[in-house]
Design a protein around this ligand. Structure first.
Ligand code: ADP
Ligand code: MG
Length: 687
């Protein structure tokens, strides 16, 4: 019989790792682990540090801590009422005594020798002089010497951190070294340890510094992979030349408006036009808070493209918004001969065919549509300018779709959601930025109030008075589950609310109902009616969250306000306060929690989208930032996109340089890296 240990290849299925087996392999699948290499790249979240144990008296209360103490005495196990058993051990270190209790297991206590010192880890409670830990983990000095930092892994049901650690340890023992994805020049430049060294060190570090070095290296690798993927994703399609345009005087356009553009709008439009007339194509993000007038800036760009004989396209995230934009832009640009075509799922087949033919023949000058329609099968005669509105609603991939059209047009993306610098680098790293830092004159801040459910009747009294005075009201309805903004339950919730609350408390008023399950034509009809003032109130799900512009609406009621991130609430609030009248936003919540009340109060006192986004990010993390992972970025294991700015910048620079040398990552020495990029993005679900 051969004794020689067989080493395992990285792509060996994880079930063949010693100690794993088919059942555990299934659980690993939930953590995204299929192969040996995946297992080795399932990195710990943090470590329990045994190198700096607390003296008993100094252990923090009610927190997990490692304490070093000697065992004084052991008591015999006792049976508790209800059948549980309990073993108690008294320990201490001269600074205080420590009472250790195990329930239903005496195995740990049995191993302890009176007079010996051990490390105990667990939640410390008790009094100042007599500390207690229930069910502590015990480790001996020898064990601590061997593994001073114990890795804590992301767990899943039925697969605890300890078991993952054992599987990783056996994988490390039996595996071939993982291949090195980073070019040696990069390793040298940033003084990074090699892959295999880093992988071993991140699982079983000898000291905190070794863990940190390993993490730094692997974080860099993760960010580099991400950056390469993003750049490759965007550059797919044509080499970008941009449509050549000559400068155009915008004065006639500005003069045609019923109001004066703000200085910020003029500045942004000038920047856009300068880019379009320049050598490199326009590739710009227009960022401006809700209501700052981004549509008008886009219209100026369309005007310029049209004067140059080019078509434009505008992509909106919802049908409602697309229809609204088509109407607005028709009004703004129709007088200059711009022919607008609307392309959404809602229009009739014949009309759609006609619109498509007009676009292909160059008989439509501006096409407004939803992403679903615009990204498939639209042939343009001469597309020169593409606008993506509410960019944060699209994944990174959609932006590429329009840009990738044969003629590679100038691209403007617009967003009201201010993003922190790091996320910005990732999502818009290749973009120039224009900012609208000014609202049109005469806007009053939206008076925002947090309202408890029992005050609903009084609030409706106020709504009735507003309607009496000729104003219109939005009521955004209970959301049922996180992430189910428009699922079947939300639908029944909004219908029930419409019947039992809104209609009952707004007697004799014209109340409309809007939700995502309405057909496109029904949606358009409801929106039209509301816009035309034929409805007093609109009960809706969050389908109206972005972009909708009805200046006569002055009250926004948001039920279950606690369910939304502040940025989403701010967006919803932005539906009112668009005219000169006083506007109101009511955040209805029965949630008694301190943090919820604090969040809602923050919104009551702040109108600034940047401040709000910052608060959201600090309190809820980047996951919430774009709602339901709308940003379309793959999930990262190590990098913290809000904190690792320097690493991100380094990775971005390296990615660019690498792709300059080898645009498709085709060179043999880049194969490991190329496969890794492919894999990171394959696992991502883009929406
Ligand atoms: P957003 O930046 O949120 O997309 P919109 O483009 O929808 O904002 O504009 C919000 C409202 O402000 C619209 O009703 C628009 O007509 C109006 N508006 C835009 N620019 C100005 C301006 N310079 N002066 C007055 N009103 C303006
Ligand atoms: Mg808008």
């Amino acid at each position: 019989m051969k004794k020689e240990a067989l080493s395992m290849k990285p792509d060996t299925p994880v079930q063949y790792v010693k100690g794993v087996g088919p059942k555990t392999a299934e659980k690993f699948l939930r953590l995204g682990v299929e192969t040996l290499a995946d297992l080795l790249q399932l990195y710990p979240r943090r470590y329990i540090d045994y190198t700096r144990p607390f003296p008993v008296a100094q252990a923090p209360f009610d927190a997990d801590a490692v304490v070093k103490a000697a065992v004084y005495s052991k008591k015999a196990a006792v049976r508790l009422p209800g059948g549980r058993t309990m073993v108690q051990v008294l320990a201490g270190d001269g600074s205080a005594s420590l009472s250790l209790t195990w329930f239903n297991t005496h195995f740990m206590a049995d191993k302890l020798a009176v007079g010996e010192e051990y490390y105990f880890e667990g939640r410390v409670r008790g009094t100042l002089t007599r500390r207690e830990i229930a069910n502590p983990t015990v480790r001996t000095a020898a064990q601590v010497a061997r593994t001073p930092l114990v890795a804590v892994y992301p767990q899943t049901e039925g697969l605890g951190s300890g078991q993952i650690a054992r599987c990783v340890a056996s994988a490390l023992e039996g595996a071939d070294p993982l291949p090195e994805p980073l070019p040696s020049a990069l390793l040298a430049k940033y003084k990074l340890p090699g892959k295999w060294e880093a992988v071993r060190a991140i699982h079983c570090p000898e000291a905190p510094e070794a863990a940190a070095a390993a993490r730094r290296r692997l974080t860099f690798e993760e960010l580099l992979t991400l950056q390469l993927g993003l750049i490759l994703l965007r550059s797919r399609g044509a080499a970008r030349a941009g449509a050549p345009m000559r400068r155009v005087d915008l004065a006639p356009f500005w003069a045609s408006l019923p109001f004066a553009p703000t200085a910020a709008q003029r500045r942004a439009a000038a920047e856009i036009c300068a880019d379009m007339a320049g050598a490199a194509p326009l590739n710009r993000l227009l960022q401006g808070d809700v209501g700052s007038g981004k549509t008008l800036v886009a219209a100026a760009g369309v005007y310029m493209a049209h004067q140059n004989g080019y078509q434009s396209a505008l992509m909106a995230p919802t049908e409602i918004l697309a229809a609204q934009h088509a109407g607005t832009l028709e009004k703004l640009l129709g007088p200059f001969g711009v022919r607008v075509a609307l392309l959404t799922g809602g229009i009739k087949a014949a009309a759609k065919r006609a619109a498509l033919a007009a676009v292909a023949a160059g008989e439509a000058d501006l096409v407004v549509g939803t992403h679903a329609v615009l990204s498939t099968g639209v042939e343009f005669a001469r597309l020169g300018f593409a606008v993506v509105d509410e960019q944060h609603r699209f994944g990174v991939r959609q932006r590429g779709l329009l840009a990738g059209k044969a003629q590679s047009p100038h691209v403007l993306v617009m967003s009201a959601t201010p993003i922190p610098r790091t996320l910005g680098l990732l999502l818009y790293g290749d973009l120039d930025i224009s900012i609208l830092d000014e609202l049109p004159p005469g806007r009053k801040p939206v008076k925002t109030r947090a309202v408890r459910g029992e005050k609903r009747r009084a609030m409706y009294g106020f709504l009735n008075a507003q309607i009496e005075a000729g104003c219109q009201v939005y009521i955004v309805c209970p959301r049922v589950e996180e992430g189910e903004a428009d699922g079947p339950d939300a639908l029944s919730a909004v219908k029930t609310y419409y019947k039992e609350v809104a209609q009952a408390l707004l007697p004799g008023r014209r109340v409309g109902l809007m939700h995502g399950k309405l057909g496109p034509r029904e949606k358009a009809a409801v929106m039209e009616a509301f816009k035309a003032g034929e409805l007093d109130a609109l009960v809706s799900t969050t389908v109206i969250e972005v972009g909708v512009d009805v200046p006569n609406a002055t009250v926004m009621v948001i039920e279950n306000a606690e369910r939304y991130g502040l940025s989403a609430l701010h967006q919803l609030r932005g539906r009112v306060g668009r005219g000169a009248q006083e506007s109101w936003c009511f955040l209805v919540s029965d949630h008694g929690g301190e943090s919820v009340r604090e969040r809602l109060q923050f919104l009551c006192h702040t109108q600034d989208g940047f401040e709000i986004a910052k608060y959201d990010l600090e309190h809820r993390g980047p996951g919430d930032f774009f709602g339901d992972r709308q940003h379309g970025l793959p999930t990262l294991q190590l990098a913290d996109l809000t904190a690792d700015t320097r690493a991100l910048e380094a990775a971005q620079k390296s990615a660019r340089e690498l792709l300059e040398q080898d645009p498709k990552l085709a060179a043999p020495e880049h194969q490991v890296l190329a496969a890794q990029v492919e894999r990171l993005f394959r696992r991502t679900t883009f929406n």
